[in-house]
Design a protein around this ligand. Structure first.
Ligand code: MTE
Ligand code: HPA
Ligand code: MOS
Length: 750
């Protein structure tokens, strides 16, 4: 089935928050953010701005009727700064005016007098000074201390990975207005409708039932709208509640880039020990996560780093520690992979370092250590259907990797100014929110009298195609034409207490809830048809919109059936509830069974490097991916391609740069480079691993949103291979992103 949105997207008909027709009297908000990264607010001068024609009101923390607190996991973040500021762009005030232009003009007229305090932008420095967001955590398996003496080789090193700007096409935004009984409706570009509802209720001092949050779709989220859509929704709600007029707050692109958090940069020390036959016996890391000025989702992201720190390998003795460090940067947040890419980059770096020092192929160490059936992860869960070796050997054979290696060698021996490099990137990614209670969802299904169907779930469509998958589920269970089915907006009054659409679990959780609701309705309809035909329901089935008895046509169609059920006063509405079974996790022991299943895959990445200019092109990325039993190959392949390119961007060209005083230097699209169509690999091949797929995946079709992001990490190691082919003096290092500038320096390193 084609993505139901594609036509409206390409013809510009899809409606996003800023496209919602506005009501008469709508006002517009613009945010005044801190000009300094750390300091005490001595005074806030708003008089000039207030006098500007068209300015209605300027809000600060003093106007908040409820609590000035938007922290989700930890309550450590104000909506508006009170006496101190902790990062450049931190919201201090909201100007509300008759037009967007006036509001932005007024923002420029505000001045804050700030007594500057010490600015820390570096995670290690923050740790040294005792600035942690939350207590540090360690996951352990076996006993590293006892394992070191048994190792024949031990290597140590340092790994840096940078931030990443989400660059969703639709910037953060919200439109809020009053509804009956002084309640509020908020349209928000958020991945988490309930989170917006909960925090807005907190800020306004209202019960949640007076806040309705509605999400039609997002122009991309990528994690950037799991938590960070909330402040702008709260601002619009606050202003509309206090002025009693509709208020819209849409961030200008440059403000969005400046004010919102990004992927967490990590800085890591690692130690890896191997036996003489290259078995990894011990692995230890200390990771410094740059959390920014407030916790946001850092605790959960730290956790996912710990879960994924050994990548696709089994290491019997591991000890991984993450420190979540408080710095004067915008609070960093969820971004596709949610801390796992940072963890996996480190283990791949450690293996690359060992291979380089031992002068053997990295592939050999990878092969020797892949996760096997029944191996224990450092969090206690045992690997079931551990498909990594299947993916790997299938890739080696299907893509003739030995031939690729020979071609690369042949090319490199013939060319001096161009060099090629190849790398293999294995992925193992756990599916489920690591916080067990979040793994639940509901779906509300109406069958209307005319046989059409309306569905509401907690899933948010952000381009990943979840709505199309939901239609497939209902269409399959009812055996009716997808054209009869409509997916409604995500709305907290229809589906309450939603988890954000995140952790790649949107389709699994909401789709399974939907399947439960549809199956219950189908049972009722079968019971109706058994009365109509005076036979046992077990003899009946519905196929292709027709009621069949023992496989033969009965003359009763879907419309007739639904109409009869309605006239017979059968309930044609159902609410399905799904909670992932089996999973649990004990934080006091850091052990449990947190994931419903794992997604596996392998990518073979080849690059050609121009050794005069330091620029490069990715020739091929050849993937074997474990989709389970993919329910929509077009959408799933699209997810793999998009995630791959985003991953390549992270390790190659996307460089988030801050000055020492906390100023974002890469503050526009001329200074922050994202992959465009020319930097996409010239050839991407994706072949599914042939498997049944796990029971807990929706229709045995595995979650696909995040895992392929990590294939991009292969790009880093393909590049370092090419650099070393040109310059044997290049001392292998791990400092992503490996931009063309950095490549050039390494090509001529002495
Ligand atoms: N694909 C598109 N086109 N746009 C997005 O914003 N977000 C990614 C992924 N794929 C995203 C996307 C992220 S971070 C996640 S967690 C999943 O989609 C969320 O959707 P799912 O749970 O339905 O897979
Ligand atoms: N993944 C993504 N988002 C989340 C998670 C997770 O595991 N936990 C809380 N938010
Ligand atoms: Mo995705 S980072 O879990 O929104």
């Amino acid at each position: 089935m084609k993505n139901i949105d594609s036509k409206n997207h390409v013809t510009g008909k899809s409606v996003y928050v800023d496209d919602i027709p506005i009501q008469a009297g709508t006002l517009f908000g613009a945010v005044f953010g801190s000009p300094k990264a750390h300091g005490r607010i001595l005074s806030l001068g708003t008089t000039e701005a207030e006098l500007l024609e068209g300015v209605v009101k300027i809000f600060t923390y003093k106007d908040i009727p409820g609590r000035n607190q938007i922290g989700g996991i930890i309550e450590d973040e104000p909506l508006f700064a009170e006496n101190e500021v902790h990062f450049i762009g931190q919201p201090i005030a909201l100007v509300v005016a008759k037009s967007e232009i006036i509001a932005r003009k007024a923002v420029k007229l505000i001045n804050a007098e700030i007594e500057e305090l010490e600015v820390i932008t570096d995670a290690r420095e923050a740790k040294e000074k005792g600035n942690l967001l939350i207590p540090s955590r360690t996951f352990k398996l076996g006993d590293v201390e006892n394992a070191w003496p048994k190792c024949d080789y031990i290597f140590e090193g340092k790994v840096e990975s940078g931030g990443q700007e989400h660059l969703y096409i639709e910037t953060q935004g919200s439109y809020a207005y009053l509804t009956d009984n002084n309640s509020i409706k908020i349209h928000s570009s958020t991945q988490g409708a309930t989170l917006v509802q909960k925090i807005a209720a907190r800020v306004l001092g209202l019960p949640m039932h007076r806040i309705e949050v509605d999400v039609a779709r997002l122009g991309g989220g990528f994690g950037g709208k799991e938590d960070q859509a909330t402040p702008y929704a709260c601002m619009a709600a606050l202003a509309s509640f206090l002025i009693q007029k509709p208020v819209k707050v849409i961030l200008h692109r440059l403000d969005d880039i400046l004010m919102t958090g990004k992927r967490h940069p990590y800085s890591t020390d690692f130690k890896i020990g191997l036996s003489e036959n290259y078995r990894i016996l011990a692995y230890q890391t200390t990771m410094f996560q740059n959390g920014g000025a407030a916790s946001d989702l850092s605790p959960a992201i730290m956790e996912r780093t710990l879960f994924h720190s050994t990548g696709a390998y089994f290491i019997p003795n591991t000890e991984v520690t993450v420190h979540s460090c408080k710095t004067n940067l915008p609070p960093n947040t969820a971004f596709r992979g949610f801390g796992a890419p940072q963890g996996m980059f480190v283990i791949e770096s450690a293996i690359a370092k060992a291979a380089c020092e031992l002068n053997i192929s990295k592939r050999l160490i990878q092969e020797t250590n892949f996760l096997k059936e029944g191996n224990q992860f450092q969090y206690g869960q045992l690997a079931e259907n551990a498909n990594i070796e299947k993916c790997y050997y299938s890739a080696i054979k299907t893509y003739q990797v030995n031939e690729i290696e020979k071609e690369v060698e042949g090319f490199n021996s013939k060319n001096t100014n161009y060099k090629k490099g190849m790398a293999i990137m294995p992925v193992c990614f756990g599916i489920s929110f690591t916080k067990t209670p979040m793994n639940q969802a509901r779906a509300l299904v109406h069958i209307y009298q005319d046989g059409s169907v309306g569905i509401s779930t907690g899933a948010v469509e952000m381009g990943q195609g979840v709505n199309t998958k939901l239609i497939q589920v209902a269409s399959q269970v009812f055996s009716i034409n997808p054209g009869r089915i409509k997916i409604e907006t995500t709305n907290t009054t229809r589906v309450a207490n939603t988890s954000p659409t995140a952790a790649s679990s949107g389709a699994d959780l909401n789709g399974n809830a939907l399947k439960i609701a549809c199956t219950t309705l189908l049972k009722r309809l079968k019971s109706t048809s058994s009365k109509m035909l005076s036979c046992d329901a077990s003899e009946l089935s519905i196929e292709g919109e027709k009621v069949l008895k023992n496989g033969k046509e009965t003359g009763i169609g879907w419309n007739k059936l639904v109409e009869t059920a309605f006239l017979g006063r059968v309930c044609l509405t159902e609410n399905g509830h799904y909670a992932t079974p089996v999973i649990h996790f004990d934080k006091t022991k850091e052990k449990g069974y947190p994931f419903a299943y794992h997604v596996y895959g392998v990518a073979i990445v080849t690059v050609t490097l121009d050794c005069i200019r330091g620029i490069y092109e990715f020739d091929d990325v050849k993937i074997i991916h474990d989709f389970g039993n993919s329910m929509n190959t077009a959408i799933d392949n699209g997810q793999v391609e998009g995630a791959l390119v985003q991953g390549i961007g992270w390790v190659t060209m996307e460089e988030v740069a801050f000055s020492k005083d906390g100023k974002l230097l890469s503050n526009s699209l001329s200074t922050y480079k994202v992959p465009d169509i020319y930097s996409v690999p010239k050839n991407i091949e994706i072949i599914p691993l042939i498997v049944d797929g796990p029971e807990l995946a929706l229709l045995r079709s595995k979650a696909v949103g995040e895992p392929p992001f990590m294939y991009g990490i292969g790009a880093y190691f393909a590049l370092t291979k090419a650099i070393r082919a040109f310059n044997p003096n290049y001392k292998l290092d791990f400092d992503a992103p490996l931009t063309p500038e950095k490549v050039l320096l390494r090509l001529y390193q002495k």
